[in-house]
Every structure is written in C-alpha cells, then in structure tokens.
Design a protein around this ligand. Sequence first.
Ligand code: ADP
Ligand code: MG
Length: 426
Amino acid sequence: MSYEVSAPAERGRFAKASVRDAEVEGRTVLLRADLNVPLEDGAVADDTRIRAALPTIELLRDRGAAVVLCSHLGRPRDRESELSMAPVAERLSELLGTEVGLAPAVAGDAVREAAAGVGRGEVLLLENTRYEPGETKNEEALARGLAGLAELYVNDAFGAAHRAHASTAGVACHLPAYAGLLLEREVRELTAVIDDPGRPLVVVLGGAKVSDKVAVIERFLEIADEILIGGAMCFSFFRAQGKPTGDSLVEEEGIALAERALAAAEDSDCGLRLPTDLVLGDEFSADAEPRPLNGVAVPDGMMGLDVGAATAASYGEAIRAAGTVFWNGPMGAFELAPFAAGTRAVAEAVAESRGTTVVGGGDSAAALVSFGLADRVDWLSTGGGASLELIEGKELPGVEALLDSEERGARSKEQPTGLASEDHVA
Ligand code: ADP
Ligand code: MG
C-alpha cells in the first residue's frame, strides 16, 4: 500500500479544515503523526506508519513550514530509552532524504529552543509523547506546552484519534488546528462505507474477541447486507447457540454479547452468517496437525483454529460479488501456517472483489501484507481501534478537536493562546 493520500478522492464525509487550506509558509507547525511502529533490536521493524505520514510532512516542507513532529511510541512507564523516538528519526531521515533532528524531550526549555531553531522545510522530531505522564491524562499544562512550540497544529494521527490525549486533542484548543492528509483520507474512506456503500455491502469480521467488535456488528446489522463471522469470535456465537466448542478459545463475556447480536440479527434485513465447517488442532501451535471438521461441534481435546474450506469458499463468493467489502479480523490463527488457509482465502477474495474494499485492524493488515496482497485493496486503514470506533458511530476526540471547515477563516486569525511563556512543562 503506497498511501497516495495527497489527492484524496472526494469520497465519504469530512467536515474539518484541511492542512491543504492552511497558510503555513514561514510558520512553525506542530504535526502529530502516528509513528507508533514496531521496533526490533533498536531499529524500525515495519515502517508502514512512517511512510503513511510522509505525504503530510512533504506537503508542509514544500510549502515552507518549519515542522515540529511528534508521536507516541509503545507504552513507556518511565522514559525507558528502548522507547526513544531515535530509530524513528533515523528511518524518517532516510525516507525524507534530509536530516531529521531529535529533540531531547517532549516539552521544556531545551525543546522550546530546539523548536525555535527549526528552519523552513526542516523537520524536528520530539521525543515519545508518552514520556510525559500528562499525555494520556490530556493535561492542560502539557497541551499548552506543546502548543507553545508552534503557530499551527496539524493532526495526521488517525490511529490515535480515538484517544483524548494532550498531543491529539488538548493541544488543538490552543492553536488553529487542521487535519492532515492521512487522517482526512481515513475518515473519508470509512464514512463512505457507512454512508453510501456500493451494494451489496459485505462485512467480514473475525479475530479473537466478540467484545471488541459487538458494537460494530450491531451498527452493521442496520447498514450492511451481510455479515460474515470467523475467527475465535465465532465460538462465543456457537456457545450462545448451545453448541459444544471443545477446547477452542472462547471469550466467556462474549457469549451474552453474541446472544444479543443473534437476537438483533433476527429483526434485521442484514444476514449474519457463521462458519459451517472448521479446521481443528489439538494445541495452539504451528506443529499441530490440521484436522478438517465437517460441521462446527468441536469435540473435547480439540480446538477450532480456522474456518473450514466450505466456509472459506462461500464467504469468498459473497466477497467477490460485493459492491463494498469491509474486513476486520482474521478468520483463524493465521500466524500458524497450518491454520492460515481461511484467512488467506478471504484475503484473496477481498483482493479479487469487484467492489470497493476497505480493511482495518492490525492483524488483518498484517495478514494481507504477509500474503503479498496489501496493494490489492482500495484502503488499508492504519487505525485499528480508531476505525472501529468511527464505524460504531462514536466521535473521535482527535478529529472533533479540529477546526470545522467553515470555521477555518475565523478562528485561524485568533492569537494562539499556547505561546504564553509561563505555561511550559518542565
Ligand atoms: P485485528 O487486529 O485484525 O483487529 P484481532 O486482534 O481481533 O484482529 O484478532 C487477531 C488474533 O485472533 C490473532 O492473533 C489470531 O491468532 C487470533 N485468532 C483468530 N482466530 C482464532 C482461533 N480460532 N483460535 C485462536 N486464536 C484465534
Ligand atoms: Mg489485533
């Protein structure tokens, strides 16, 4: 997936002011991106999210802005150096072909000084925003400290937009706040699935837990034509139907939720389909021998680790014929080679579908990448949790905090309040 986001198709709905319309020439812009990448041996293991952030960074540089960039990385407890942004700065320098400096912290005098020294077209990366305990508490002092580094704020961190943190939401109260290109494209692609989908709209949901996705199921029961369920999630449904699940992974709290979803499906025009056959193993291991089960009653001593071939084929047929496909969550334990076939079949059908295809979720995205199919979908969302909350119909604080598109002219003339010098965070 190349993340060509600079000219988003006018799809879906977006009511916020875009960075494309911001006057950034000669000004310092605080850019919040989602650079929360996996690390291995002190280096970036997968730079997808960094590459997805490039279009907005390049736009700001091309237009003569001084860019002060920030993101969180992992879940630091005590500013541990293993979660420093240093490897990100290094990879970003390579991708941009220019030196990206790393600030010594997130806020404070030294950071303020470093930010003031960023020239037009230059990029300074702040340290991990979660090094500051005030970040996840959305503390006013940190929000003001961040705002004090710049004259404008741009949020491109869709993957963190469902969190009201200082760098994603709080800071936007103190500076004229614009949407980055990726964040806009994400919201447009996902709202297009809900508002105006090509029919039939086929939704494929898998993964580990019903509780993660029940709100999404209930929303789609009102909108979609068919919901196809797979993954360990299906065992909560089978238990709700009184079927034996053997040693399969069952989320106990999910059983009541599944029961509720099954009842809602009764009253809905949307079909809710469950697997009709499975692949079993005797342990969660790549060494387990895959055993097809014609049916879904799992005997004791065995666990369902993938959907069966008949289920994969019939789900694939529905996906290929869809006008729109939304897929979140693998069909089985795809990390284990003997149990990847169901997820692979769904991924191939999504790639071949005649319809518009949107995929969200960390593991589903990883599955697509591992099958070499990431470029064959229309949109691969960078935001797992955020994409689900948007579909559920929840407001995303990181999006809500931005200027409305018609508000832009008026509020951008206001004096930013974050520049008061006594407000910095040490
Ligand atoms: P996503 O990140 O795409 O939203 P989830 O995190 O909800 O997906 O679920 C992915 C996880 O679910 C994977 O680690 C996968 O191994 C696991 N999983 C899926 N099906 C099964 C199953 N039948 N038994 C055990 N684990 C499963
Ligand atoms: Mg996951």
